[in-house]
Design a protein around this ligand. Structure first.
Ligand code: FES
Ligand code: FES
Length: 171
């Protein structure tokens, strides 16, 4: 990382590793990750809702752990792996099972919460491949949805776990 200072403006040149690709960026060190992802890298699947760590619309994975990118400095992610919704699908022509199941279940209405919801669910299934529905609800509690009432999303995540597990999913 290199610093450039002119008068009162200081910028940092660094690389962000997003979905396996290294992106060079030169940014104000105070900028949050959400802003850099959307405006410097052009990955607009990550949404800005509350901008205050409350809604989960801006959720991404950092080294596999969900974080609210509105409240995380981009400069702190140097050398770490960021996954956004654009990196979840196995290929451009194929949806991740979570995407397919949430869509099929009618868990997408306006869609604003969907990227963060899917990343949160992905991290949940990674740490707990056999969650009960209550555990899915708890796992998604940091993601707000104003449209669906949550039940269809929870069902779809639970169904995904059943499909991808050995069948020992809790009820
Ligand atoms: S925009 Fe980051 S938590 Fe709401
Ligand atoms: S589908 Fe609209 S906020 Fe969740």
């Amino acid at each position: 990382m290199s610093d450039t200072t002119s008068n009162t403006v200081t910028t940092q040149s660094m690389f962000l590793t997003v979905n396996g690709v290294q992106y060079p960026v030169t940014i104000d060190p105070g900028r949050n990750l959400l802003s850099v992802l959307r405006t410097e890298i052009g990955l607009t699947g990550t949404k800005e809702g509350c901008d205050d760590c409350e809604c989960g619309a801006c959720m991404v994975l950092l080294d596999g752990q969900p974080i609210n990118s509105c409240s995380y400095l981009a400069a702190q992610t140097q050398g770490r792996e960021i996954t956004t919704i654009e990196g979840i699908a196995p290929s451009p022509d194929e949806m991740d099972p979570l995407q397919a199941n949430i869509l099929e279940a009618g868990g997408v209405q306006c869609g604003f919460c969907t990227p963060g919801m899917i990343l949160s669910a992905s991290a949940l299934l990674e740490r707990n491949p056999h969650p009960s529905k209550e555990e899915v609800q708890i796992g998604l509690s940091g993601n707000l949805c104003r449209c669906t009432g949550y039940a269809r999303i929870v069902d779809a995540v639970h169904r995904t776990a059943e499909q991808t597990s050995d069948g020992s999913t809790n009820e």
